[in-house]
Design a protein around this ligand. Structure first.
Ligand code: 6GU
Length: 283
């Protein structure tokens, strides 16, 4: 996978040299390049922002440095990428193959679609991601309109709170997406049994000693009975998710639940009603 990240604070993205993602880059699994937006300005002061039309607080990022930066990224990857979607259909009208998709342009913004594990998987299937890190009050909207003709445009939010810029979102999204790429996480089994893999939070984990400061590891985990351990862990997932994230319980597909799951959910105050998991009415 290729990733380009454009920012006025390229140093903010230095952590992408560390740990799993840094290793993936060294091994050639991930071609990640960071660009300084100011190198695409032409004035003496390397201006990237200006006052907003219509007035109001704060500054708005000028469109031209962004267009220059994004065009340089498109030029660098060559004409096989960067076509508008309409140009991608094969001559016989079949769907475009993935390698002919335009690069995905992720614009971090509190006004974007909320990032989650489903989106991480979707982005991991793309060949080329480009991140445009806005600062201040955002980027002139005409730039986004222009870019939607060259890229698959995705405004993405980390959640319902406000950050000063998109760099932290790049760190989060690249880590979440990068670890899904083949070969990045050493043991792929660890991707299967983790929070959100099946719409539930992860079960609690324990290691030695079996008694620590008077606290025992749950008996079920010491038995060596694999079916019993799996049942215990699944129940713990349901208990945790019901307590911390009842919104995730409501999104479960009842057809993916076993009878044992449904019984556990009933104990936790949820029931299946007309094909949905809902809070039990209590009558
Ligand atoms: Cl992606 N950007 C900014 N600036 N603030 C945010 C965010 C992103 N996600 C949540 N808050």
């Amino acid at each position: 996978m290729r990733i380009d990240a454009i920012s006025i604070f390229p140093e903010y993205l230095a952590p992408l040299e560390l740990s799993l993602i840094g290793k993936a880059r060294q091994e050639g699994l991930l071609d990640l390049r960071v660009h300084d937006l100011r190198t695409f300005t032409t004035d003496r002061h390397r201006t990237v922002d200006d006052t907003p039309y219509g007035g109001g607080a704060g500054m708005v990022m000028k469109p031209e440095p962004w267009a220059q930066a994004l065009e340089s990224v498109l030029d660098a990857v060559g004409p096989s990428n960067g076509h508008p979607p309409a140009d991608n259909a094969a001559a016989d009208g079949s769907s475009p193959v993935q390698s002919n998709r335009p690069p995905t342009l992720i614009v971090p913004s509190p006004a974007g679609e909320v990032f989650d594990q489903r989106m991480a998987h979707e982005l991991a299937s793309r060949e080329h991601l480009v991140f445009a890190c806005g600062r201040y009050e955002g980027i002139d909207d005409r730039l986004l309109d222009w870019a939607s003709g060259q890229f698959d445009l995705r405004p993405v939010s980390l959640g319902d709170y406000v950050l000063n810029g998109g760099e932290v979102a790049v760190l989060a999204i690249v880590e979440a997406v990068g670890r899904l790429l083949p070969g990045v996480v050493g043991n792929p089994d660890s991707l299967v049994e983790e929070s959100h893999a099946d719409g539930l939070l992860e079960y609690p984990v324990y290691t030695k000693p079996s008694n620590w400061r008077g606290r025992d590891v749950p008996e079920a985990l010491l038995s060596g009975n694999h079916a019993g351990i799996a049942r215990y862990r699944r129940e713990q997932q349901l208990i945790r998710t019901a307590a911390r994230r009842p919104d995730l319980i409501a999104r479960l597909d009842p057809d993916a639940l076993t009878g044992v799951d449904v019984d556990a959910l009933l104990q936790l105050g949820f029931e299946v009603q007309s094909g949905r998991v809902v809070r039990a009415s209590g009558d």
